[in-house]
Design a protein around this ligand. Sequence first.
Ligand SMILES: [Zn+2]
Length: 419
Amino acid sequence: MEVVSDPAEFSFSVGTRLDGQYGRTGELRTPHGTIATPAFIPVGTKATVKSVLPETMREIGAQALLANAYHLYLQPGPDIVDEAGGLGRFMNWPGPTFTDSGGFQVMSLGVGFKKVIAMEAVDTPDDNAVAAGKERLAHVDDDGVTFRSHLDGSKHRFTPEVSMGIQHRLGADVMFAFDELTTLMNTRGYQERSLRRTHEWAQRCIDEHERLTVERGHRPYQALFAVIQGAQYEDLRRKACRELEDIRGRAGTGFDGYGIGGALEKHNLGTIVGWCSAELPEEKPRHLLGISEPEDLFVAVANGADTFDCVNPSRVARNAALYVDEGRFNINTARFRRDFTPIDETCDCYTCANYTRAYLHHLFKAKEMLAATLCTIHNERFTIRLVDRIRESIAGGYFEEFRREFMGRWQGRIKAPGL
Ligand SMILES: [Zn+2]
């Protein structure tokens, strides 16, 4: 059946609001289905959540998946995904999909820093800082970024137009504007210059997005989110929000939503999200890029973030780290050799219904692939379910009670059996 691009297929509505805070429930409607927010969006970097079937991701309650434009650009290439009918069709995922702009991966190549949230502010900022043992693989200029592929060292260039072209061909329901990622290493002066650049790139993204939406009118409508940078500076974050809100394409298109990105420290995550929520239009969705730790989820939701994505639940699962309400533990340790109980008695996932800690321990020791599958199922379900419970607690008017109760257990005041 031929589909026709219709912007009305994408919308967001706010449900219950948290008293005196920016947190809220909502509904994000896309051409491929509706997402009840707050929602955790699992990451399938290369159009797969590593080691888990898309059908299983649906069974464990994933409402949408996020894939990575940089990785899919290098392999298999956006034309192949386009020919397949878009990202969802290609990977047999019928629900909503997101792609990030590729900016984060490309810029990370520039300095070798993997995780933005782990970055720490430094006493002596240095715009040329590179992580220890890393080589600078990307160079930013006012027009775009030139970088070398992490796969084969080949040279590539991303500009706002290139990123939009890639993301339109990937066909996700939600795309992100191409932005410059700065680090907490950068000087204030650099952050200001970078923000100007991100603003100019946002305008170019909207213009190109408008053009491609018309050119590819036979495809379902794709929404475009701006990305707010500005590091730890309140005035820069607020200014970025106001300026991005005002951007319009030649035909009057504005951004459909906003991503909060860039250099964040754990301790001021909530403050920064709160500044953005205070400035951004209330009727537009807000996505926080790259968080999944329970304490961060509560803080982000309370301060107004509607959706989040993070690769961590699956990444740490492959390293034998498992989440339960009482904290995170490693199934590799010897005390689980004869533990014939599930990871978590209270978890409703397939792994906990059918397998024991002793079996998972054995699979890791024997380096069996099934270890990754079973542990990823549990960790993704844990994170999705936690955000579902947070959403229910806002709707039910008991968010603060749930937060206190959960954080009391998470911080280890109550011990789980066998941990
Ligand atoms: Zn489980």
